[in-house]
Design a protein. Structure first.
Length: 109
């Protein structure tokens, strides 16, 4: 079984070590400790990496850590999250149009 250090998984997922330790503190991750080494660093197996991948994806989707920790996100929650994302996109598109409109009418644009 391949084991990975916190440095390796932090680089792989683009997270800080502090963020990974935070997820562990919140009970979202449960890496084991390498007892063979005197300092017992965290080691992550394939299941831990898969869980971390899920955490990263779900946080990018906008789910809270509490929702992620529950391990039971329903299809309705995904639909609600999709609706929120689509609303945000619409607001950003409106802002883009307003900025373009301003720039097209300003002397600098």
């Amino acid at each position: 079984m391949t084991l990975y250090s916190i440095r390796q998984v932090s680089e792989e997922f683009g997270l800080t070590r502090r963020a990974i330790r935070f997820y562990e503190q919140k009970g979202l991750l449960k890496p084991s400790r390498d007892a063979g080494n005197g300092t017992s660093p965290r080691v992550f197996n394939e299941d831990d990496r898969a869980r971390l991948s899920d955490i990263v994806k779900l946080t990018k989707m906008g789910f809270t850590l509490k929702e992620i920790a529950s391990g039971n996100i329903s299809d309705d929650q995904y639909r609600n999250q999709l609706a929120l994302c689509l609303d945000e996109i619409a607001e950003l598109e409106e802002a883009i149009l307003l900025i373009k409109e301003y720039l097209s009418t300003s002397g600098d644009g």
